[in-house]
Design a protein around this ligand. Structure first.
Ligand code: WTA
Length: 653
């Protein structure tokens, strides 16, 4: 500890003057209370953070064996009211979002009052189109103000939004529309990326060929592409909200605390993405509370989370957590490299951002471009740096801390998941020194345990095992939409009586947690989760492919890259052209985030005698760890391995 203490606690004294949690003892006292008296603890938080139409009858009721979890049962509230209406009295003129376009000349500030008016108007438009409480609405938009407006308008009338990240394909949109039974889709003609328009509506058109139930498409005119809409089915956003007779204000629908607020799809180890369901009550509370404590939010802060709202990080910390707290955030449409690699730092300087939250992959890609880009800007406003999405390697951590954080800002490495709703393991800036690469301690109410293969808690510091959570917390997912059995089998079966995270971890002798990574067949590419089964299904759709196996391998920028072993059908010849076709095929099926880095042609795959592919071995081959192949005695035909090693693609090039 002493070594870290010296190097990385420069910020501590200063944070402790003003932080919400001052020092280890204060943290431990509150943490203990959160586990020993969860009802009192969480009732106090729910009272403090949220405005309720009706208070709850019971704080918590749960049974992990059936994955039945209920927080604030009988309570009634509305997420949109909590994000907007209750700030009007004191913060109507306060800025909710400083929106910054991809084009440096486009920027706009939106106050809480302005957001309130836009959300109400659009909620009225949705009602007019027949959207009712409980209906699902798919939102496929770029990072423009209509995205939070659409989400909050859904929440206001009790509809359940499901945002699909703009980088997903037509196929992915269609699957999500059909899985959740949405009849309404909200999109834009396009978005801007690196100065160029990117078409979005045409992906929706393509998707809708497979979605006969969709009755309404609402389109934002963002890039002025001059597209034509199908009368009756499709409507321009700006025309819809201008309809005469539409109400200016819509009463928020009083929702049960356990009513779904949104569905967000995420990859798992089987082929089909899961629709993770979050609630109006527990989720909202947990997003708000983690936002305030983890980023040590104070009035006057300018917060910037660089995630896309299409991911859980954006849902929780650009939208819900930020707005419940009445915070001021930056919302950015573009990419870190346009017009140049200093764009992030130019924005930090422009808005005097003091709390900045990004992903390790962004840090690595910017570090590669050198410090000159950083030095062009005054970053002295920065007080706190956060990261999320994947383990951060020590070099990237140090670059971030040194060049961006002046060797002073704490780096808050937050570990959490789509399913957890908010931060789970994370340093708090005023509590203790940070350690590069460690996500430090559990947040209040979180009871983590690392278990061994027998399901027993590990006995020694630094012993690796599976990370599980022993007790429910308000922000946890409640089900997989339409498939509760899958929710039970994915999260509550590996370690009965606990929530199973899918990550391996260890805890050191100072009590700091270190995440090792996924133990299931999920690859984390630039902080985005991709299931190997999804990738393999996309590959075998190609008429020349007989079989495919996909694994992750260490990648300098993306964290993990995608390595595909492909067996062609008899009579088909490998070629570079075919390789390109396969890469394009997977991008088309899933989206550009699923870009295969390496294709290795194979004649056979290592399989057990019962026919199961031995991924453990493929992973070692892809990572070039040939001396770590381990026990290969259960393999049906060992010569397959020699052949794969001989033909292996050198990923270091
Ligand atoms: C990984 C993103 C190490 C982890 C909020 C988890 C991390 C998965 C970290 C969830 C971190 C996320 N350190 N690994 N700080 N944060 N992960 O659902 O494997 O997109 O299970 O949620 O990302 O990814 P998801």
């Amino acid at each position: 500890m002493t070594e870290f203490k010296k190097a990385y606690d420069a910020h501590l004294e200063e944070f402790q003057k003003n932080a919400h949690i001052k020092g280890m003892e204060a943290y431990q006292r509150l943490y203990r209370e959160s586990l020993e008296s969860p009802d009192t603890f969480w009732a106090r938080q729910a009272d403090h953070y949220l405005t309720w139409y009706k208070k709850w009858d019971t704080v918590l009721d749960y049974d992990f064996s059936e994955a039945r979890i209920q927080w604030f049962g009988g309570g009634r509230l509305n997420a949109s009211f909590n994000c907007l209406d209750r700030h009007l009295e004191t913060r109507e003129e306060a800025v909710a979002y400083y929106w910054e376009g991809d084009d440096t000349a486009r920027a706009q500030a939106y106050t809480y009052g302005e957001l309130y008016r836009r959300v109400n108007r659009f909620a009225a438009a949705l009602r007019h189109k027949g959207v009712k409480k409980g209906d699902r609405v798919i939102i496929y938009l770029p990072m423009i103000i209509e995205l939070p407006v659409a989400m909050l308008a859904c929440a206001r009338i009790g509809a359940v939004h499901s945002v699909v990240f703009g980088g997903f394909s037509a196929e992915a949109i269609a699957n999500r529309i059909n899985d959740c039974g949405a009849k309404v889709v909200i999109t834009a003609d396009g978005g801007f990326r690196s100065g160029k328009p990117v078409a979005l509506k045409k992906n929706v058109d393509e998707a809708l060929k497979k979605c006969p139930a969709v009755k309404t498409v609402i389109v934002v005119n963002h890039v002025d592409s001059g597209i034509f809409l199908t009368p009756g089915l499709e409507h321009w956003w700006h025309e819809l909200i201008a309809l005469p007779g539409l109400a200016d204000e819509v009463e928020p629908e009083p929702m049960d605390a356990e009513d779904p607020l949104f569905i967000l799809y995420t990859s798992g180890s089987t082929g089909k993405p899961k629709g993770v369901v979050h609630t109006h009550g527990g989720y909202l509370l947990y997003a708000a509370m983690t936002m305030e404590y983890v980023f040590d939010l104070h009035p006057g802060d300018i917060f910037w989370c660089t995630a896309d709202i299409g991911w859980i990080t954006g849902h929780s910390y650009i939208l819900y957590g930020a707005l419940v707290n009445g915070a001021t955030s930056v919302m950015f449409e573009g990419v870190p490299s346009y017009p140049d690699f200093d764009r992030f730092w130019a924005i930090v300087e422009k808005y005097r951002v003091n709390k900045f939250y990004t992903a390790p992959t962004a840090i690595r890609s910017l570090a590669r471009e050198g410090e000159a880009h950083v030095k062009k800007h005054d970053l002295s406003s920065l007080m706190l740096l956060g990261t999320v999405g994947e383990p951060i390697n020590p070099e990237a951590w140090r670059w971030y801390h040194h060049h961006i954080g002046r060797d002073w800002c704490p780096v808050i490495d937050t570990w959490w998941q789509t399913e957890t709703g908010g931060h789970m393991l994370t340093p708090l800036p005023g509590v203790a020194p940070v350690k590069p690469g460690s996500c430090a301690f559990p947040f209040f109410g979180i009871d983590p345990v690392i278990i061994d293969d027998a399901g027993e808690p590990v006995k020694h510091p630094d012993e690796e095992g599976l990370l599980c959570i022993r007790k429910p917390w308000p922000g946890m997912a409640r089900t997989v939409f339409g498939d509760h059995e899958r929710f039970i089998s994915t999260y509550f079966s590996q370690a009965p009586g606990m929530y199973f995270t899918g990550d391996a971890a260890r805890k050191d002798e100072d009590g700091y947690f270190w995440i090792i990574g996924r133990i299931d067949d999920v690859i984390n590419v630039s902080g985005h989760r991709l299931g190997t089964a999804e990738l393999e299904s996309a590959l075998v759709l190609h008429p020349h492919v007989a079989e495919a196996a996909v694994v992750g391998f260490p990648h300098a920028i993306k964290g993990q890259g995608i390595y595909a072993f492909v067996i062609l059908k008899t009579g088909r010849e490998p070629s570079d052209a075919l390789k390109k076709e396969l890469v394009a095929q997977v991008r088309r099926e899933i989206g550009p985030i699923a870009t295969i880095d390496v294709v290795q042609w194979a004649e056979g795959l290592p399989k057990t005698r019962s026919g199961k592919i031995m991924r453990r071995i493929l992973k070692k081959i892809a990572a070039n760890k040939l001396d770590e192949l381990g026990d290969t005695s259960t393999i049906a035909d060992e010569s397959v391995i020699e052949k794969l090693i001989k033909d292996k693609v050198d990923v270091s090039k």
